[in-house]
Design a protein around this ligand. Structure first.
Ligand code: PLP
Length: 451
């Protein structure tokens, strides 16, 4: 079998991200071979519907020749150009201008990174620089949401609030704080208004505890992805933004997942007309065809930073591959696909997907279905009445992942019994039907979830 020797090499040498290490060695790697549209083929020839777009990133779907051509053409012409020393490349400049045009509010300046984690890291450094430049040197503390994910850089992983990213990593640090997640399904507050009021009160209380003069910024995802696809009520993010403005702290939106049509519009900010001070993005920016992330910086912040250093002194932050021309060429081509119909598709098929997913609520183990566009979570419970979690020894996540694969669908099976879904935004209604049918068949395999 093709994959046998690869499995052995993998076991011996490949230190994988975010897997239980010993369990991975025992199980062996699953190797993906090719993809087209929303479908993947593994090394054994099995065809699978990718309900998670790789790692919620292949928004445009697999196998777009125009993207491959754009990358190849750029590699032939000029594979690399730095952004340092006043240099640049055509695609990186065009992309910065395009993103400034697409972005909400006055986020007119774009700093390129390699992915989402270094985008968050970049924001943290820029926020510090900004307040130091303004002489507000005590503003050092950051507040984030419980169940939030902001990458795994040393700084970002502390803003992340998921235990496996903290335990044994000496996180969070003393300047990193968390307030409760606006989690509608598991919340004492029952109405949207109450959840929003609770969120605002929590933020105010944390700022009061730390002292507003010591708080730099609040960061949030518009839908909490890795925390279990938690969709806050409409109006929550706007209320948090308004509170930040009132309290004199910066408002950062992490759109690494929600950017580029994932929830319908190009950016999630459009749902509530948000105007953050910073926005981080990655993933869908290149649809996973090449690594790239970006930080969008508001004009006001940019001007302060630009004025701050003595003349001729560089802003001391950057990466060798910031604005990589091949990734930039890929992003420009992918954005053409988005603007050429995929964003419209994300809106219409996203609404269809949300409606079809809700039909799974009649399934005996489904406690909650939450979705925003083509981003969704299905929470498994052992009792719909009490919302009790399945017993841990039932290994619901592990069994779901296995059964899903056998039923021809890939999704993310979160350890806390949530199925995460984020199919490519080019998905059709017929493919949504297939996805739902395969999900239902998968759910049917775990009827014994009671503790
Ligand atoms: N922020 C959010 C909201 C994410 O979901 C992720 C990754 O999943 C990141 C940041 C980190 O991005 P990356 O994995 O590209 O470093």
């Amino acid at each position: 079998m093709l994959s046998n020797s690869l499995i052995e090499k993998d076991r011996a040498h490949y230190f994988h991200p975010v897997v239980p290490i010993r369990a991975h060695e025992e199980r062996g790697v699953t190797i993906m071979q090719s993809g087209k549209g929303v479908f993947l083929k593994d090394a054994e020839g099995n065809e699978l519907l990718d309900g998670f777009a790789g790692l919620w990133c292949v928004n445009a779907g697999y196998g777009h020749e125009s993207v491959v051509e754009a990358a190849a053409e750029q590699m032939r012409r000029l594979p690399y150009a730095t952004g340092y020393f006043h240099f640049g490349s055509e695609p990186a400049i065009e992309l910065a201008a395009k993103l400034a045009d697409l972005s909400p509010g006055d986020l007119d300046h774009v700093f390129f990174t390699l992915g989402g984690s270094d985008a968050v890291d970049t924001v943290i450094r820029m926020v510090r620089y900004y307040f130091n430049a303004r002489g507000e040197t005590s503003k050092k503390h950051f507040i984030a949401l419980e169940k939030g994910y902001h990458g795994s850089s040393s700084n970002g992983a502390g803003l992340t609030a998921l235990p496996v990213f903290h335990d044994k990593f000496d996180l969070p640090m003393q300047w990193q704080h968390h307030i409760a997640s606006p989690f509608p399904y598991r919340n004492d507050a029952t109405t949207d208004e109450e959840i929003i009021a609770q969120g605002v009160a929590n933020l105010r209380a944390k700022v009061a505890e730390l002292g507003a003069e010591n708080v730099a910024a609040f960061i949030m995802e518009l839908v909490q992805g890795s925390g279990g696809v938690i969709v806050p009520p409409e109006g929550y993010a706007k209320a948090m933004q308004d509170t930040c403005r009132e309290l004199g702290i910066l408002f950062i939106v992490d759109e690494v997942i929600t950017g580029f049509g994932r929830t319908g519009p190009m950016f999630g900010c459009e749902h509530e007309d948000l105007t953050p001070d910073f926005l981080t993005t990655a993933k869908g920016l290149t649809s996973g065809y090449a690594p790239m992330g970006a930080v969008f910086v508001s004009d006001r912040i940019y001007q302060t930073i630009a004025d701050a250093a003595p003349e001729g002194v560089p802003f001391g932050h950057g990466f060798t591959y910031s604005g990589h021309p091949v990734s930039a060429a890929v992003a420009l081509e992918v954005i053409k696909l988005y603007e050429g119909g995929m964003i419209e598709n994300a809106k219409t098929v996203g609404a269809y997907f949300e409606a079809q997913l809700k039909t799974l609520l009649d399934h005996p183990v489904v406690g909650d279905v939450r979705a925003k566009g083509l981003l969704a979570g299905i929470e498994i419970v052992s009792s719909k009445d009490t919302k009790a979690k399945p017993a841990k020894d039932k290994d619901v996540a592990g069994r779901l992942a296995k059964a899903g694969y056998e039923n021809g669908v890939i999704f993310r099976a979160f350890a806390d019994d949530v199925i995460g879904l984020a199919p490519p935004i080019c998905i059709t209604e017929a493919e949504v039907d297939l996805l739902i049918a395969r999900l239902r068949a998968t759910l049917d395999t775990i009827l014994d979830v009671e503790g």
